[in-house]
Ligand binder design. Sequence first.
Ligand SMILES: Cc1cc2nc3c(=O)[nH]c(=O)nc-3n(C[C@H](O)[C@H](O)[C@H](O)COP(=O)(O)OP(=O)(O)OC[C@H]3O[C@@H](n4cnc5c(N)ncnc54)[C@H](O)[C@@H]3O)c2cc1C
Length: 430
Amino acid sequence: MKVTIIGAGPAGSLLAHYLLRRGQYQIDIYDSRPDPRKISFSKYRTFPLLLSERGLNALRNIGLEEAVKSHGIENTGMINYSKNSKPQELVRRKPILTIDRNTLVNTLLEKLEEKDKNRQFNIYFNSRCIGVDFRHKRLKFKKETEEEITVGYDLLFGADGVRSVVRTHFLNTERFEFEQSYLHEVYKTVYLSRINDKLRINLEPNKLHSWKLEDGTRLLAMPQPDNTLSCGLVFKHKKNQVMGMSSKSEVREFFEHNFPEVAKLMSESEAEAFVKRPAWNFVTIRCNRYHQGDSVLIIGDAAHAVPPTIAQGCNSALEDVIVFDRILDEYDDDYTKAIPQFTARRIRDAHTLKNLAENSIPISKPLFLQFVLRRKFARTMNQLFPQFFAPFFLDLIAETTVPYSEILKSAKDWLSKVKKSNHKILDSSY
Ligand SMILES: Cc1cc2nc3c(=O)[nH]c(=O)nc-3n(C[C@H](O)[C@H](O)[C@H](O)COP(=O)(O)OP(=O)(O)OC[C@H]3O[C@@H](n4cnc5c(N)ncnc54)[C@H](O)[C@@H]3O)c2cc1C
């Protein structure tokens, strides 16, 4: 059985591990990028991820959790800084993992090669999928040299992320529905030092650090094992102070004025690099099915990308793999049944995840305060009377593998309230 996976991201690489374990598939992975293990660390194409129980469980089940953890940092909470008050610390009930996306992928690929004793797995980099013919089960790729090649497949997995080419070809098939939307915010990555000995700055390594401005612009900093901070500067797509900056001195001025502590951790070269770095969008994808016939499946961001507001995109992408593995077990590797079953099993949870990611966190200040109080109340009551009070819904998402659609029950009213309020604010800003 010749299995082709398009995309060696977290979803595609983990899927290869699970399929390899089954021993009956010849697996080929194609990725449009160069081998991330062979090129110098290109920071602008990566970002840190928070991996919580769902993602860790999918790694644990195939013996990869420890290897991945050894390249990350345990995260025990968040420190919020604001201009006129003392920093506020939020402690996590259960630590989660911070890891750079490319480091996660590199670890999965290295382990895959180690395990592949029977040479059942091949990986091809610099190979962009540019065409899919579902009828004849053929794929077209463009190599780095511009050469085009065509290959056949028996089973095809599109794990090619938010701009999936495999999914694009679903659009020409019967009754496929697809929706793509953009968050009103965009982000730029920033790389800082965590420590400045001269100025006696040493930010806590096991915490997420967050600064927020009046206009909603915020900087989220995740400590990395090499004593650096990988940060995301998130700001409004329209009317922002960031996109107009065109020189190193403007960048320094912006950070010194808005985030003075952060400016002390920024090198001159980083200020220069920041100007040239592109801003990225947060894209949401919703599909009405993930399979095409009985031999093609899309997983991860290709099927259900969500903004990282509740840090679940990668977690759910990794969880897809374990869901599909269980279906293969149930159907004794009869993929003609397993592939359509994936849509049936996963679609409610994926659609619910979109709702949770878009509507858990309010934009309005009074409603955000209500969110903080609700969380505090729910946590205290759950701690005191666990038999009567369920955990806070976001804790259930991060700390358990309870399906998203079940978690929704306790959060439905809150999500509709936030949705209404957020829409009102966003509609008035256009
Ligand atoms: C700033 C930011 C922060 C985030 N933080 C979190 C977080 O804290 N926690 C969390 O769970 N999630 C987070 N996410 C989401 C997470 O990054 C994604 O959900 C996750 O990477 C999805 O994995 P994937 O394998 O499905 O897709 P991707 O990671 O996008 O990988 C897709 C792969 O397919 C390849 N590819 C694409 N097109 C082609 C083609 N035509 N041919 C061949 N190869 C192709 C790409 O090169 C890539 O390697 C964050 C996202 C962003 C942008």
